[in-house]
Design a protein around this ligand. Structure first.
Ligand SMILES: *[C@@H]1O[C@H](CO)[C@@H](O)[C@H](O)[C@H]1NC(C)=O
Ligand SMILES: *[C@@H]1O[C@H](CO)[C@@H](O)[C@H](O)[C@H]1NC(C)=O
Length: 426
């Protein structure tokens, strides 16, 4: 899709005022001073455990105990009413400044090269804030209001006027899941919220839950059946956060550009989720707790991927995979194309790659999977632009995708070229 169309799309998807939620500065009174002394103590010990995990030596395999200790401390910390008193904010920003200098030192700096694509420009912008001594210290407050790129929280606002949002809120069972995910504490203080049954939720949470609902309903799979996730392009990290908050116990990998990983780690940890930069770790043993790894092409990610779990692994790419250049797609495919579940959202074409052609070709090589693709919003798949499509592939051993009206899937919205013939015998 050309850039001008994206701009148009962004303006079409502006949130309506009716959904505007509370401003965090006025309403965020969850922290009660009842136990200020002990909060200070455990804040200091959490910060120390976090620092220790971040400098532990992954190369010699010594990182695991430190990471485990940090995850335990953070789990205790999550019991607090307020996750981000000043001592915690300071430590989170300190870690961002320190590790931006470290990680971006070892990777390509977009600021130094001519930027040809939209994403290259965005990465140059993000890196400049992460590497700036004062901006990396005001990151949590300035990111959204100052409109720093990429505008990950703005994407979530776009979901408010998306037809899938209404379908999600009509689904009582998934509104219950929303409350079970206990997302009452904001990981981004300035992100927009929506009030559902009297409680506030960030728009990104609703969008992530909508993806999860579509995955679960269309594949018939339950979260417990997934042991490992690789997500290509994690945005603000919301999908990983949702999995974590719903009690996921497996490994969740976000595969993204280094500057994005630094941002995601910041938001995830701010929400009490122990995300680790893969580049700092060696091979990590399997843990009974969720492990969230932030990976890029040079972080040694295959070391931590469990090939034995491939049938119970899911690959997600929400617009990201089908917006990436051919080389980045090709680099990742060998690791994920034998996963039990592949779920993508995509535009018809992006940056001159025709995604219908691309996915059709890929589909023929996915011999073990049933494939279903459909329009999420329009009445007819041909009229789908600009709301995008879903592409779901499920290993035959795990089941067969179902085309359900409640997901806007039906005879007229199925994309014939991208659907296994036996799934829509029309
Ligand atoms: C960045 O890289 C240079 C050269 O390898 C090194 O001397 C310097 O210590 C690095 N800085 C950080 C913050 O890691
Ligand atoms: C760092 O950010 C501050 C605040 O936005 C800005 O005034 C300053 O020029 C930046 N420094 C550099 C070296 O870009």
């Amino acid at each position: 899709m050309p850039w001008t169309c994206l701009l148009l799309l962004a303006s079409l998807l502006r949130p309506s005022d009716g959904y505007l939620g509370r401003d965090w500065r006025h309403g965020h009174a969850r922290f009660r001073a009842r136990n200020a002394g002990s909060v200070e103590v455990s804040c200091a010990s959490l910060n120390a455990a976090e620092r220790h995990a971040d400098v532990a030596d992954g190369a010699t395999g010594n990182a695991a105990p430190a990471v485990q200790r940090f995850a335990e401390r953070l789990a205790q910390w999550r019991q607090n009413e307020e996750l981000t008193p000043p001592c915690r904010e300071e430590a989170l920003h300190e870690a961002l400044c320190r590790d931006s200098a470290w990680l971006l030192n070892h990777s390509r700096r977009w600021t130094k090269y001519p930027r040809e694509t939209m994403w290259e420009g965005w990465m140059a912008d993000l890196e400049s804030h992460e590497l700036n001594e004062s901006e990396c210290r005001s990151f949590g407050i300035d990111y959204k209001p100052k409109g720093w790129y990429p505008q990950v929280f703005h994407w979530g606002e776009g979901f408010l006027s998306h037809p899938a949002m209404a379908k999600l809120l009509e689904d009582e069972e998934y509104v219950d899941v929303l409350f079970r995910s206990s997302e009452l504490v904001s990981n981004a203080p300035t992100a927009q919220t929506v009030t559902v049954r009297g409680s506030d939720f960030r728009t990104e949470r609703l969008q992530a839950l909508s993806h999860l609902r579509i995955l679960a309903r269309a594949s018939g799979l339950n979260l417990d059946e997934i042991e490992q996730v690789v997500e290509f392009g994690g945005g603000s990290g919301e999908m990983a956060a949702l999995f974590f908050d719903l009690g996921f116990h497996g490994s969740y990998f976000i595969y993204d550009l280094p500057a994005m990983l630094l941002m995601q780690r910041f938001w995830l940890r701010r929400a009490g989720i122990p995300a680790m930069l893969g580049a700092k770790l060696g091979k990590m043993p399997r843990s009974s707790q969720a492990q969230i790894f932030l990976e890029s092409s040079k972080s040694g990610f295959p070391l931590r991927l469990r090939r034995a779990a491939k049938r119970h692994s899911a690959f997600f790419g929400f617009y990201s995979f089908t917006e990436a250049d051919g080389q980045s797609r090709a680099r990742l495919r060998p690791f994920i194309e034998d996963f039990g579940v592949i779920l993508l959202t995509f535009w018809q074409s992006f940056d001159y790659i025709n995604n219908l052609d691309y996915l059709e070709k890929w589909m023929t090589s996915l011999g073990r999977h049933h494939v279903l693709a459909w329009s999420v919003a329009s009445e007819n798949w041909l009229e789908n632009w600009p709301l995008g499509y879903y592409f779901l592939a499920v290993d035959q051993e795990l089941g067969s995708p179902k085309c359900l009206l409640e997901l806007n899937c039906g005879p007229s919205t199925v994309v014939p070229r991208l659907t296994s013939k036996w799934l829509w015998d029309l």
